[in-house]
Every structure is written in structure tokens, then in C-alpha cells.
Design a protein around this ligand. Structure first.
Ligand SMILES: Cc1cc2nc3c(=O)[nH]c(=O)nc-3n(C[C@H](O)[C@H](O)[C@H](O)COP(=O)(O)OP(=O)(O)OC[C@H]3O[C@@H](n4cnc5c(N)ncnc54)[C@H](O)[C@@H]3O)c2cc1C
Length: 402
């Protein structure tokens, strides 16, 4: 084992760290408290991140991206998560779909979809699966025809015609390019009768809906959108019937590790803030860090964060090598990181006392942000159930889910 980061990883880490210090931190609390989702979208930060290469971090070099590995995305994701979880998620959606650009697209699709994405400094991507009646059920723990994913894709000559509504989608209704799961056959299990389509936002029949207002990741949107007789050529099919499982098994491990790293960043931010606060806040005649009760809490925070980071890096390492254990470790790393971040935020609130809920301090924001990943990217219950099913199975697979 070698815990030394490569020069390239250190370079990207420092780029992201400087971006957080110089751009995000000075203005993030003001932006977080703006009243509407639309005005919170950080278009200027997205453009600035693009100039640094962060938006296209995962895109292949031949298309102008940095094509870094999953480990590096985790390192950068943690840094951005320290600055703002919502912004980290905006970027991470682009990185997640960069895996799809690379692993799932035909050459013709790559030529059609990647250059416009790279050229547009405000372009982001989104993955649309969740609907009103399907949340955990699309995570692959169950796989029956009764699963209520209603978005349909009907073949019509050389085209597909899609109808339905998605909700809760990260970058939804602000993204330029969508990866959308729809059913080509309602009578089959989702894994068999489901398919993924690539749909640009300006396709006729694609209608943006509303942004969910929410307490967490407030700079990122969770949007609804509607497909109304949305006609796309069959060449926009990313994976067809029966191929979802294979796509998901390639894609899941890295995606979970990246998600875990972003929320770990929130925990780190809370810890670092509490540490500085404890060094400076005097009660009982000395800085509160000198009271053992407070030092013990800070020590616990440091321990939890370090252990979670190592687990994420292991998951990323396995994912980069397409190791058969990568899925389980990705799931476990996501569950643990979100629970660690939540607990570290709670402890940091204990360290700050009354200050923890005051708007002069960022801790109340960290607590709100950390809560989101207990359910985002699959609820922790479902992620653990899937990990256990894989651990308990003969071949280490967990049905087919993300
Ligand atoms: C911040 C955020 C970002 C998101 N981004 C996206 C996105 O980009 N794209 C997208 O498609 N979706 C996205 N989602 C949706 C997300 O995938 C779902 O919210 C998640 O899968 C859970 O579904 P649900 O919210 O409908 O909860 P439910 O499925 O209704 O779950 C409610 C409770 O029941 C439990 N439960 C459900 N089924 C079972 C079961 N079979 N066994 C045991 N317990 C069960 C759950 O664990 C949970 O405790 C996002 C959600 C959030 C919060």
C-alpha cells in the first residue's frame, strides 16, 4: 500500500482547495440563504470551475478533458465538498456522466454529445431515474414488472417517443444533457424492459418543471422535468433492453465512492471549523479545547473522518481496477461517509454550543447539507441491504442496481 498521492492528484487537490478558499468560501453562506432555487444556481462558479478544468475532469483527453481516475475525483470531490456540497454535487454529476460518455457511448454518440458539452462552459449533465412512485424501487433491490417507473419509451420507426415525469433530479432542469431511464416494455422486470436515453435539453417535447425547494445542497438544483411525446432517434439509446445491469455494474462503484467523498468534505469542514472555534473560545478560564470533554469530541471527529476517507480511497482504488469487490465497497463507503459526516456535524454543533445554530457560523448549514446524503444516491438502508445481498450471494452481485 502506498498512501502518497501522485503529483497529478496533488495538483488537482490544490486547484480545488484554492478554488474553495478564494471563490466559494467568501460568498457561500450568503448564496445559501438566497430565497429561490433559480437565483442560487452558481453559474459564475460553474464557468470559473470550467476554466480550471474541474467541470470536464472526467472527460477523455481526446475531447479536451483531464480524464482523471476515480481516486482523483474523490480527492477533488472532498475538497469541493468542504466549500459547498451543492456545488460539489453539480460537478460530480458531470463526472459521473463522464464515465457514461467513456464506457457506454458509441463512437458516433461521443462525437455528437461530448464536444457541445465540453465547449459550453455552463453545460452540466443530469441522470433522471426517480419519479413520484419510484424511489428506492429503482435502486435494484427489487426487480419486478410492478415497479412503478412510468416513463415510457415507445419505438416508432427509427425513433423512440418518450412520455413521463421525473423528480428530485440533481442538476434537473438546469442541465443541458440528460441520461434518462425509461421503460421500453412495461410487462418486463425493470432490468429487462428498461433502457437509458441521452436527451439534450432543447429536444422538442422536453419541458423543464419546477425546482424543489429544500434545506440541503441549496446551490444545486433538484428539478422535475417532463417528456411529452418527446421524439428522439434510436441512435440516442445509450443502452437498450436487458443491458441496464451491465451498465450499472460498471458505473456504480465509482459513482458511490465519488458521492461519499463529497459528503465527507462537509464533515471535514465542520470539524475544521469546530477545531478553530475550540482553540479560540474561552470558558472556564481557558480555551475550551483544553477541556477534555471538548477535546474528546474533536478527537472522535478526527478519527471518524480519517477512517471514512481511507474507506473511500479503498473503494475508489477497487473501482479504478474494475475489481469484483468494488460494488460492495462503494456502497459501504457511501453509507459510512454520510453517517460520519452527519455525526461529525452533530459533534461540531456540540463544540460550538449556542453558536452552532446562529447564522454568523456555518455549522447549521453543514448540518443541513450532511443530512442530504443519508438518502441521496440511494437511502442508506437500501445501500446496506444491497451490499449485504452481494456479500451473501454466490457471485458477489446484487441483482442489478445503481
Ligand atoms: C439530494 C438528492 C439528490 C438526488 N438526485 C437524484 C438524481 O440525480 N437522479 C435520480 O434519479 N434521483 C435522485 N434522487 C432521488 C433518490 O435516488 C431517492 O430519493 C432515493 O432513491 C430514495 O427514494 P425516495 O426518496 O422515494 O424514498 P422511499 O423509496 O420512499 O423510501 C422511504 C423509506 O423507506 C425505505 N425503504 C424503501 N423501500 C424499501 C425496501 N424495499 N426495504 C427496506 N426499506 C425500504 C427507505 O430506506 C426509506 O427509509 C435524489 C435525492 C436526493 C435527496
Amino acid at each position: 500500500m502506498d498512501f502518497q498521492l501522485t503529483d497529478e492528484q496533488l495538483r488537482w487537490r490544490d486547484i480545488a482547495r484554492d478554488f474553495v478558499e478564494q471563490v466559494i468560501r467568501p460568498d457561500v453562506l450568503r448564496r445559501d440563504r438566497l430565497p429561490t432555487a433559480a437565483e442560487r444556481i452558481p453559474w459564475d462558479w460553474i464557468r470559473a470551475a470550467d476554466e480550471l478544468g474541474l467541470r470536464t475532469l472526467g472527460v477523455s483527453r481526446e475531447f479536451g478533458g483531464a480524464e482523471v481516475d476515480i481516486m482523483t475525483m474523490c480527492i477533488v470531490g472532498e475538497e469541493l465538498g468542504v466549500g459547498d456540497l451543492g456545488f460539489a454535487v453539480i460537478m460530480d454529476q458531470c463526472w459521473k456522466t463522464a464515465h457514461l460518455f467513456k464506457d457506454a457511448m458509441t463512437e458516433e454518440q461521443q462525437q455528437r454529445f461530448i464536444p457541445p458539452f465540453v465547449a459550453d462552459s455552463e453545460a452540466t449533465t443530469a441522470i433522471g431515474i426517480t419519479e413520484e412512485d419510484v424511489g428506492s424501487d429503482h435502486q435494484g433491490y427489487h426487480d419486478t414488472p410492478e415497479i412503478a417507473l412510468h416513463m415510457s419509451a415507445e419505438r416508432d420507426g427509427d425513433d423512440y417517443v418518450l412520455n413521463g415525469t421525473k423528480r428530485y433530479i440533481s442538476n434537473g432542469s438546469m442541465a443541458k444533457l440528460y441520461f434518462i431511464v425509461a421503460r421500453t416494455d412495461m410487462t418486463k422486470n425493470l432490468s429487462e424492459g428498461g433502457a437509458v436515453f441521452v436527451i439534450p435539453h432543447d429536444t422538442p417535447g422536453f419541458r423543464v418543471g419546477f425546482f424543489h425547494e429544500k434545506s440541503s445542497q441549496r446551490l444545486a438544483t433538484n428539478g422535475t422535468f417532463h417528456l411529452e411525446n418527446c421524439r428522439v432517434p434510436a441512435s440516442n439509446l445509450l443502452v437498450g433492453e436487458g443491458m441496464l445491469s451491465e451498465l450499472r455494474s460498471k458505473y456504480l462503484p465509482g459513482s458511490k465512492a465519488e458521492a461519499a467523498a463529497t459528503v465527507l468534505g462537509v464533515g471535514r469542514a465542520a470539524y475544521e471549523y469546530a477545531l478553530e472555534y475550540a482553540k479560540n473560545r474561552v470558558q472556564g478560564g481557558k480555551p475550551i479545547i483544553e477541556h477534555q470533554a471538548v477535546a474528546l469530541m474533536l478527537g472522535r471527529m478526527a478519527m471518524l473522518l480519517d477512517a471514512s476517507r481511507l474507506q473511500i480511497w479503498k473503494a475508489a482504488w477497487l473501482a479504478d481496477r474494475h475489481h469484483s469487490d468494488a460494488r460492495v465497497h462503494g456502497l459501504l463507503a457511501k453509507v459510512n461517509a454520510s453517517e460520519v459526516a452527519f455525526e461529525v456535524c452533530r459533534l461540531s454543533a456540540e463544540v460550538l454550543g449556542g453558536a452552532s445554530i446562529m447564522y454568523e457560523h456555518p455549522v447549521e448549514k453543514y448540518m443541513r447539507d450532511a443530512a442530504s446524503f443519508l438518502h441521496s444516491d440511494g437511502t442508506n438502508q437500501i445501500c446496506l441491504l444491497r451490499a449485504m445481498r452481494a456479500i451473501g450471494s454466490q457471485d458477489g452481485t446484487d441483482l442489478y442496481g445503481f
